[in-house]
Write a protein that binds this ligand. Structure first.
Ligand code: HEC
Length: 124
């Protein structure tokens, strides 16, 4: 009985501590390099996730291999043609470079930047 009570009150005392800890973690994340998002996901990771969800049905999004849709260039070849900032701008504006097959998708600036960072990372 007493032990249960102690555990319970210990639990309650821990609540503000956990909040303080959470705040510290958030602060640490905010102060970390902007390339790291909440949960330790990098911008490139996010870009990969977006590419898997929205582009990989047609484009090869790996460092090797062919595109499932032969007419779609593998992502790793795109940096040869476009500068990352150019891509990012095109994505954010929703004009994808003479690309009628691309899904209509209003990207946030963060998504556009992540996607172009991922595409850029394939070229290395
Ligand atoms: C339905 C198939 C399809 C999907 C989905 C798709 N693409 Fe494409 N993409 C193509 C084809 C086909 C081409 C090549 C022909 C063209 O330029 O229209 C292409 C070309 C491109 C090019 C190069 C254009 C150029 O001028 O060389 C970029 C950049 C691109 N896609 C980005 C994307 C991104 C980013 C996504 C995901 C958000 C995506 N695509 C999703 C089919 C697709």
């Amino acid at each position: 009985m007493i032990q249960v009570k102690e555990t319970a009150s210990g639990g309650f005392r821990n609540v503000p501590m956990n909040r303080a800890l959470a705040a510290l973690v958030i602060l640490a994340l905010l102060r970390a390099a902007p390339a790291v998002q909440a949960g330790g996901q990098t911008v490139v990771d996010l870009g990969r996730e977006l590419a898997e969800l929205n582009c990989a049905t047609c484009h090869n999004i790996e460092v090797t291999g062919d595109s499932p849709f032969a007419a779609a260039p593998p992502f790793r070849t795109i940096p040869q043609k476009y500068h990352p900032s150019e891509l990012e701008e095109a994505f954010v504006e929703g004009i994808v470079v003479g690309h009628p097959a691309m899904p209509e998708w209003e990207m946030t600036p963060e998504q556009a930047s992540a996607l172009s960072a991922y595409i850029e990372s394939l070229a290395q």
